[in-house]
Design a protein around this ligand. Sequence first.
Ligand code: SAH
Length: 212
Amino acid sequence: MDEAERKMRFVFAIRSKGVTDDRVLKAMESIDRGAFVRGLFAERAYEDMPLPISCGQTISQPSVVGLMTQALELTGREKVLEIGTGSGYQAAVLSRLARRVYTVERYRRLVAEARETLAALDLVNITVVHGDGSRGLPDQAPFDRIILTAAAEDPPGPLLAQLRIGGIMVAPVGQSDTVQSLIRVRRNETGFDYEELRAVRFVPLVEGLGAE
Ligand code: SAH
């Protein structure tokens, strides 16, 4: 299969799972997921499935990346915060649709690998921060959009507080390690509106820094 056909199939698979926003599909077509998957699993990078990355973590399923990106309703002007850099793939997709992306990861090793991958792709509007994302990134707050790619029992208070009025947060929440609900939160003048989008499965949000 040549590269053009591989890309076409990749985009087709994502679209058939409900990613219908053309801007999101274009952004995903332009970012080579193969650059974010190292070692044994690299050849499966164009399949619509989550794959293992360093530190026992996972790169999300492409269709889920697409659905979460779509749910953020980006226009190109936003300052976005992602919690859970992992491979850096979701951040790369966001960087094509927003003004600036900050992404926080608790494992130093993943931070180093993601920085390397993103620099090789010349994606210069992303800042990868080593830290505990459950506290958000107070120095850069407020954010127009916040996306969590690790599951918490409830949307963390510090993150809600760092969302601008009119802003949107998308996050997997729930008590179970095996299935959570993807929720969208909109901040208005007086509070927050919550909406449940679908069932998802993410690795847990863990407080503190990682061992590696
Ligand atoms: N968005 C990633 C996939 C993330 S997997 C991608 O596109 O590849 C979830 C990531 O969240 C893991 O790398 C995990 O280490 C990280 N994580 C979990 N708890 C965290 C926390 N409190 N702060 C920052 N990162 C966290």
